[in-house]
Design a protein around this ligand. Structure first.
Ligand SMILES: [Zn+2]
Length: 408
């Protein structure tokens, strides 16, 4: 957004408005508007023109409800409450609107062009949500308080401090995101509950992000079980990162080799696998190289493929370490790993096909979503009809073999 009213080019703040960072864009608008209100003399007219309807709706229609509810559960509450406080102190005309005329868009572009070099060449300035106590409304209006809102408010005052391991994993995951795909930690947690990720797998990923799995360091301080802290295969301290991405026991490397081989069939680059990439699989959106157009099918395949594969690596490790704890040298056979992985991914494909059919409680997935997801990764795809989700077609994922067993 940009704002006008005080003739100083440094007053121009920029926020970008893309679907990927809508959370940050609305936060940016709230902060930019607050900055404008703080810096513009109260007796000088202020006209806020924003690139999205968020600010207009917030100030004109939602503000009263948020104040009645004591700002409980409102995103960017600190900045919006401070903005309302500053606007109430003003005596000159103040307007806020969503840019609609070509002139306004042109003016926003003009200001963005001039603000960019200033943003790059000047130190960043922190905008603090300051407010005047005489104009501050505090608490929630009892008459408009529901039991659910009150409960949320109580929980917000008692929020426990974040666990060290959780904070570390969240920071690591957010750092793995590209600048255009940045997310808040709330969005990261929600993304692990994506409907494309099976509940069991989602629980596993949630525990991984929370650092709540009983591996490695967890056992280091329990006298009788200290030896469980080490990987029985590699003789180093075990961690979830070691299990999923580094362990040399048969399993993880084979699984990721097959994932990469299948993924490359989509025509998209393999980004490599790290714990951060894994934990952000629910937020990842894929586009064709050099294009901004999203490939929703590929993004969905990514969620299914990576989540199921990570969970399989975890299951294989548990079978080896817990299921065969009496024989520390026991390992899976590579062919078993190959079959198990194919079966896991194929099961998701068959589930997708079944979900497009109108029996057992109705269709839950549209055929074109399923077709787009598995496009290019099916066996003998060229011989299949356009809509292979219909009855009577046998469909499976393209065979991907480990190099050692690949006859070609
Ligand atoms: Zn290991």
């Amino acid at each position: 957004m940009a704002f006008f009213g005080y003739n100083d080019p440094r007053n121009a703040l920029l926020t970008t408005q893309t679907p990927e960072n809508a959370y940050h864009a609305t936060l940016g608008e709230a902060v930019a508007a607050l900055y404008a209100a703080q810096r513009t003399p109260r007796d000088v007219p202020l006209h806020l023109v924003s690139t999205s309807p968020f600010l207009t709706k917030a100030i004109t229609t939602k503000l009263a409800g948020w104040e009645d509810g004591g700002w409980i559960g409102v995103p960017h509450a600190d900045y919006l409450a401070a903005l309302a406080n500053h606007l109430r102190q003003r005596c000159a005309v103040t307007t806020v609107r969503h840019a609609s005329t070509p002139w306004e868009w042109k003016a926003i572009d003009w200001i963005r062009d001039r603000a960019c070099p200033l943003l790059l060449n000047h130190p960043l300035e922190v905008v603090r949500p300051t407010s005047n106590p005489s104009f501050r409304l505090s608490g929630a209006r009892l008459a408009s308080l529901t039991q659910a809102t009150a409960y949320k408010g109580i929980l917000a005052t008692r929020r426990p401090p974040a666990r060290q391991g959780t904070a570390r994993n969240v920071a690591l995951a957010l750092a793995a995101l590209a600048p255009r795909q940045q997310r808040s930690s709330e969005e990261l947690w929600t993304s692990l509950r994506h409907k494309d990720i099976r509940h069991q797998v989602s629980d596993f990923l949630w525990k991984t992000l929370h650092s709540a799995l009983r591996v490695g360091h967890f056992w280091a301080h329990i006298p009788q079980y200290k030896d469980r802290a080490s990987c029985t295969n590699c003789r180093c301290e075990e961690s979830i990162e070691h299990i999923l991405l580094e362990c040399t026991a048969v399993g993880q490397q084979q699984v990721w080799t097959m994932v990469e081989a299948l993924w490359l069939k989509t025509g998209l680059a393999w980004p490599g696998m790290s714990l951060g990439t894994l934990l952000t699989l629910g937020t990842k959106t894929w586009t064709n190289p050099g294009s901004k157009r999203r490939r929703e099918g590929a993004s969905r395949l990514w969620r299914i493929l990576v989540s199921e594969s990570a969970y399989l690596v975890w299951k294989l490790r548990c079978e080896r370490v817990i299921g065969h704890d009496d024989s520390p040298d026991w390992q899976h056979h590579e062919l078993t790993v190959q079959r198990r992985w194919h079966a896991a991914i194929d099961a998701r494909l068959q589930l997708d096909i079944a979900s497009t059919r109108h029996y057992l409680g109705g269709r839950t997935q549209k055929s074109d979503v399923v077709l787009r997801t598995w496009n290019k990764v099916l066996e003998d795809e060229i011989a299949l009809p356009d809509d292979w989700t219909r009855f009577g077609f046998l469909v499976g994922i393209a065979p991907v073999r480990l190099r050692e067993h690949d006859p070609g």
